[in-house]
Design a protein around this ligand. Structure first.
Ligand SMILES: Nc1ncnc2c1ncn2[C@@H]1O[C@H](COP(=O)(O)OP(=O)(O)O)[C@@H](O)[C@H]1O
Ligand SMILES: [Mg+2]
Length: 319
C-alpha cells in the first residue's frame, strides 16, 4: 500500500533537518546522519536530510525513518555474512551502534556497467585499473560483481576513485583488512542480489563502509538503502538493454537526473531549491523502494519527528 501524497504533504512541515542533544555525547554532523559519540558507542540519528552530489539539498518526509528501518532490515538479513555495528534501534530513525575504527575508503560493489563507471568507460578512463573489455553496452551485467573503491571525501568535496594497487600502496588499509573487507563486501552484495531478485528487483550497485573493533571486521554506517545503492526493476531489463533505453530506477538516480535535466546542476555551484511537489514525489520514491525491497508496508504517522525521537530516546534511557 503506497502512502498517500496527502500524508506526505502534511509531513513536509514536520521533517527532521537537524538535532541537538548535547546529553547524547559529542556530535558529528554528516550529510545525512547526526552521530553522537558515547565512549565505545555511537547513537546514529538518520535525519530527513537529502543529499546529492555531496550537497545537502532539502529534507524529505519520513526519509530518516525509511532509511534507518531499511538499513536495519538489511543488517539483520546479512548478519551471517559479516558482523555489523548495530546494538539497538530505539526509534525508527535511530541506531545505537558499536563504534568502530572506520577504514579510510568506501567499498563500492557493482554488478552492472552504469552511472559514473559508465561515464568513465565511455570516456576511456580506467581509474580503478579494471581493464574492462571494449564494446560493452551501458547497463550491461558484469560476469561477476566488481569492486571500485574510493576515498572518503570530507563534506563538500568529491570521492576520489582508487585502484586496488593504490589502496595498498597508500596503506589506506592493511593487506589483511583489504582482503577480508573485499570478501565481506562481495558476500554482502551476493546476499542483497538474492533478496532483491526475490522482490523483482536488480541490485545494481552499492557502497559499504567497514571498520575494525579490536581485530574484528564490522560493516558500519548504512546498508543497501536507496541512498547508498541502485536498484532497477527486473521486469523488462533485457528488452530495455537491447533497445538502448534507460532502466526503471528505484533509487536516488531519479533525483540526480532531475537535478541535471531540470536544473542543470551536477554538483558545481549553488544547489537549486527543491519545490514541495518534488519533495513529495521523491519521498514517494523512498516509500516505494522500502516497500518493494522489504515486501512490507510502510505505515507512517504524521507529526513531529523531533518530539517522537526525544520521547523514544528517553524511554531507551539514552537521554
Ligand atoms: N559504527 C561506526 N563507527 C564509526 N563511525 C561510523 C560508524 N557508523 C557510521 N559511522 C560514520 O558516521 C558517519 C555517518 O554520517 P553520514 O551522514 O553518513 O556522514 P557522511 O556525510 O560522512 O557520509 C559517517 O562518517 C560514517 O563513516
Ligand atoms: Mg554517509
Amino acid at each position: 500500500m503506497p502512502v498517500s501524497d496527502q500524508t506526505l504533504h502534511q509531513q513536509l512541515a514536520h521533517t527532521l533537518s537537524t538535532t541537538d542533544f548535547p546529553a547524547l555525547g559529542e556530535k558529528y554532523q554528516g550529510k545525512v546522519r547526526d552521530t553522537y559519540r558515547q565512549g565505545d558507542r555511537l547513537v546514529l540519528i538518520t535525519t530527513d536530510r537529502l543529499s546529492a552530489f555531496d550537497h545537502v539539498l532539502t529534507t524529505l518526509p519520513f526519509k530518516g525513518d525509511l532509511l534507518n528501518t531499511l538499513a536495519s532490515f538489511w543488517f539483520k538479513k546479512t548478519a551471517h555474512v559479516v558482523k555489523n555495528h548495530v546494538l539497538d534501534v530505539p526509534d525508527p530513525c535511530v541506531t545505537v551502534a558499536r563504534r568502530a575504527e572506520p577504514f579510510a575508503i568506501e567499498f563500492v560493489v557493482r554488478g552492472y556497467l552504469t552511472g559514473s563507471l559508465w561515464r568513465d568507460y565511455e570516456a576511456a578512463r580506467d581509474p580503478y585499473g579494471l581493464a574492462l573489455p571494449p564494446g560493452l553496452k551501458k547497463d550491461s551485467k558484469f560476469p561477476t560483481p566488481i569492486l571500485t573503491p574510493s576515498t572518503k571525501a570530507p563534506i563538500g568535496t568529491h570521492d576520489e576513485p582508487l585502484s586496488e594497487a593504490q589502496v595498498l600502496e597508500r596503506k589506506l588499509v592493511s593487506p589483511r583488512d583489504w582482503q577480508r573487507a573485499k570478501e565481506a563486501a562481495l558476500g554482502l552484495f551476493a546476499e542483497g542480489t538474492k533478496q532483491a531478485a526475490a522482490q523483482g528487483l536488480i541490485f545494481v550497485d552499492t557502497k559499504y563502509e567497514f571498520g575494525r573493533i579490536g581485530d574484528e571486521l564490522v560493516v558500519i554506517d548504512e546498508m543497501h538503502t536507496p541512498d547508498s545503492s541502485r536498484f532497477w526493476r527486473a521486469q523488462g531489463y533485457e528488452e530495455r538493454l537491447s533497445k538502448g533505453e534507460g532502466q526503471v530506477m528505484l533509487d536516488k538516480e531519479n533525483l540526480r537526473q532531475w537535478l541535471i535535466q531540470e536544473r542543470g546542476f551536477s554538483g558545481h555551484g549553488t544547489p537549486p531549491a527543491i519545490p514541495d511537489d518534488v519533495r513529495v514525489s521523491l519521498s514517494q520514491k523512498y516509500v516505494t523502494a522500502f516497500e518493494t525491497i522489504t515486501g512490507a508496508a510502510f505505515n507512517p504517522a504524521v507529526g513531529s519527528v523531533a518530539a517522537r525521537l526525544e520521547k523514544n530516546l528517553r524511554a531507551a534511557r539514552l537521554l
